[in-house]
Design a protein around this ligand. Structure first.
Ligand code: ZN
Ligand code: ZN
Ligand code: ZN
Ligand code: ZN
Length: 203
């Protein structure tokens, strides 16, 4: 904790960040004011959503009596604008991390896969004749007669009604849940990148 405060003192927020994270990972009891210092550090690093979580946690733990009560309120105030920017921005997720184009559907939101109805065969068994191609009938003399199935012209198979025989189906991309994008670990500047400017007309 002392090391983290010293790092903050010399504006080395990256170092402070890793010390705080090690503290959290260590599972040791954390000092009460740690969430406040961590929130200030995260603010400096542009991790506004996370900063907001920790400053809220600090206020929750210490209430009005916290040593950094005023500082925490001021930080909350400072967070309002960047959090509103994240909210308004279409290029990043709720935490402010930039979206990247889904690598599976390449931003098309849909992907092509094997038709699940015909198991990619493109054909399905005719249900009228039980895939035999023949219809059995009992005539007036109580004799069994066979007729060619009209529905499948005696083939016993029909073109798959789901994929039209192609054996493939287009469905919502499962990797990105049909959104066309995935989160990245890159913080967003809330401006379109070159890549996104290029893909946007397709969307
Ligand atoms: Zn996708
Ligand atoms: Zn048939
Ligand atoms: Zn099919
Ligand atoms: Zn953004």
């Amino acid at each position: 904790m002392k090391g983290a405060l010293a790092a903050i003192e010399r504006n080395d927020f990256q170092t402070a960040n890793s010390i705080f994270r090690n503290l959290i990972d260590s599972g040791l009891p954390l000092p009460d004011d740690m969430p406040y210092y961590f929130a200030e550090t995260l603010f400096q690093l542009g991790q506004f959503d996370n900063s907001n979580n920790f400053v809220s946690k600090y206020l929750e733990i210490t209430g009005f009596t916290g040593q950094h009560y005023d500082g925490a309120l001021a930080l909350k105030e400072k967070l309002k604008a960047p959090l509103a920017q994240i909210e308004a921005c279409n290029f990043c997720d709720a935490r402010g991390y930039r979206y990247r184009t889904c690598f599976v559907c390449e931003g098309k939101k849909q992907s092509e896969q094997a038709c699940s109805y015909c198991k990619a065969k493109g054909l399905v068994g005719c249900s009228r004749c039980g895939a035999t191609g023949m219809i059995k009938k009992i005539n007036v003399f109580n004799l069994v007669e066979f007729f060619e199935c009209e529905r499948c012209s005696g083939k016993g198979r029909l073109t798959c009604p789901e994929c039209g025989g192609g054996g493939k189906e287009i469905s919502e991309c499962k990797t990105c849940n049909g959104s066309g994008h995935l989160s990245s670990d890159q913080l967003c500047n809330h401006h379109a990148s070159q890549e996104q400017t290029q893909v946007s007309p397709k969307q």
